[in-house]
Design a protein around this ligand. Sequence first.
Ligand SMILES: Cc1cc2nc3c(=O)[nH]c(=O)nc-3n(C[C@H](O)[C@H](O)[C@H](O)COP(=O)(O)O)c2cc1C
Length: 157
Amino acid sequence: MSKKIKILIGTMTGNAQLVAQELELRFDGEGIEVETVDMDRLTPEVFESNYIHLICTSTYGQGDVPDNARAFIEAIDESRPDLRSIRYGVIALGDLTYSETYCFGGKRFDTLLNECGAVRIGDILLHDASSGTMPEEEAADWSEEWLASCEDIWCQK
Ligand SMILES: Cc1cc2nc3c(=O)[nH]c(=O)nc-3n(C[C@H](O)[C@H](O)[C@H](O)COP(=O)(O)O)c2cc1C
């Protein structure tokens, strides 16, 4: 099976975009076909079973997804598509200063996709902006194990 990853970006000030750009370069270097899309105007039809999806989103307000992801997550929530053939990973950007809603943007996607039958690959990466670490560097480290799990899936098919 061809190796395809679709990175879906939810961002307000660009951190998630930087993470996606870094990973796109890395995945591309591994011979993987990568598509990167902003969540603006996305619909649930973006999920295709021949891709592995990587949700890369920050958190705003009181544990909300960023503005550009709001219509998309609402559309999934309302239509509740059958996503049993979908595999995905999650990179959740947040800030531990917001301890009550830490990384809720990514966690909300994870819960919803799971409720629709999709299966997560690997652990969620939680990035804390108050830690002083660069999200793209943490994501690059995290992606090595995540990619190994993706390879297992591609081998099975
Ligand atoms: C106004 C505001 C509200 C935020 N609310 C939360 C929050 O509720 N929970 C959280 O974990 N992070 C919160 N954050 C932190 C951001 O999610 C974090 O800085 C992230 O790296 C931003 O990524 P982006 O540039 O891709 O939007 C908030 C940041 C701002 C500026």
